[in-house]
Design a protein around this ligand. Structure first.
Ligand SMILES: [Fe+2]
Ligand SMILES: [Fe+2]
Length: 360
């Protein structure tokens, strides 16, 4: 295996020297034939994740948004502003993920993990398309154009987007193990921290029975993001397990610094977008929530908690929106099972988000 600052080799497409012996396979630099056989794969977690992702397939433009179009003008100016800014950020992240996942997959020598990355890229495409459909359906075309161009004019958004893409591009330009680890960690943090104040904003609208179609869409997106987070958690853990020499104390403290940076950026962004003017989402709540996420994400990849004082979830009601299909008692799971074709239409009326009373 290359040293931490040496150059990694992309996997060979045609590899006659490869073997099907799963006991000798590795996540990167392994002797794979590239043949996908789940029955004989090294990483059982990848097979499980692939099947879960596949079962989550959904079609954005079959969700009705007529009520959202009617309701949007009745939102407060702050809610409208947060709606547009949040979408602008999500559009950017999901769109760049589509290509970046391919860059990572080029170095993965476990076909079952490559399958998950390709499936993830497909779901990111669905997400990018869903935002397009959302804006086309809910706002006028000038507002839609402004949201798509916002990242060029809004210095805060530009700074954030540049930070993320710089990390990705650094690995593409210089594919060393160190940059690979940092790129995977950036993916992990993007899936596990960067989306969350935005999702929380949409769920506060849902709690007030506002923009139900948008909220249903965001919930389906977050259901997918949970699988992406699980994928990068497993990738990081496997890298740590198989390449201990790479994970020096210096790299480990670097990864903790990345968590802290991600948390700081997400808190600043959340506050900037909501301006302390969104019901149920104060600056303080955002700060506590994102720090709490920073802790649980760190623990998931064997890093120390960066915010030991933030032990509790300050917005636990969010979990009833975001953790669907993870527990049997989740109310949304019951509704999603009704997301089935009835003739030409999906029975999606029951995807309506819960009101505050239903959540109790
Ligand atoms: Fe996504
Ligand atoms: Fe994702």
């Amino acid at each position: 295996m290359p040293g931490i600052n040496e150059t990694m080799s992309q996997k060979r497409l045609f590899n006659p020297e490869g073997t099907r012996d799963r006991s000798v396979q590795r996540l990167v630099g392994g002797p794979s034939t590239n043949l996908l056989e789940f029955d004989n794969c090294r990483y059982g977690w990848a097979e499980e994740l692939y099947k879960k992702m596949r079962s989550f397939f959904w079609i954005p433009d079959e969700l009705p948004l007529v009520d959202d179009k009617r309701q949007y003008p009745t939102l407060t100016p702050h809610e409208q502003d947060a709606y547009k800014k949040t979408l602008s950020f999500l559009i950017f992240l999901d769109s760049i993920q589509i290509d970046n996942l391919g860059a990572i997959a080029s170095y993965i020598t476990a076909p079952e993990v490559t399958a998950c990355l390709k499936a993830q890229a497909f779901f990111e495409t669905i997400h990018a398309q869903s935002y397009d459909y959302l804006l086309t359906s809910v706002v006028d075309h000038m507002t839609r154009d402004a949201v798509y161009d916002l990242w060029k004019d809004d210095s805060h958004l530009l700074r954030r987007n540049r930070f993320i893409t710089d990390l990705y591009e650094k690995f593409i330009a210089d594919p060393s193990p160190e940059n690979f680890i940092r790129s995977c960690m950036a993916d992990f943090l993007l899936e596990g921290v960067y989306f969350y104040s935005g999702f929380a904003f949409f769920y506060t609208l849902g709690r007030q029975d506002k923009m139900g179609g948008t909220v249903s869409m965001i919930r389906l997106i977050q259901r997918d993001e949970n699988t992406h987070l699980a994928l990068f958690t497993d990738i990081m853990r496997t890298l740590m397990d198989e390449n201990r020499e790479w994970f020096t104390p210096g790299i480990m403290s670097d990864l903790t610094a990345m968590v802290k940076t991600a948390v700081t950026h997400e808190i600043e962004w959340g506050k900037y977008v909501t301006r302390n003017q969104i019901l149920g989402l104060s600056d303080q709540a955002i700060e506590m929530y994102i720090k709490y996420l920073g802790n649980i994400r760190s623990k998931a990849v064997n890093l120390p908690e960066p915010y030991p004082d933030q032990k509790t979830h300050p917005l636990s009601w969010i979990e009833s929106y975001s953790s669907m299909n993870l527990t049997k008692t989740d109310f949304f799971e019951r509704r999603v099972t009704n997301y089935q074709k009835t003739g030409k239409n999906f029975n999606i009326g029951r995807l309506r988000p819960p009101s505050q009373n239903e959540q109790k």
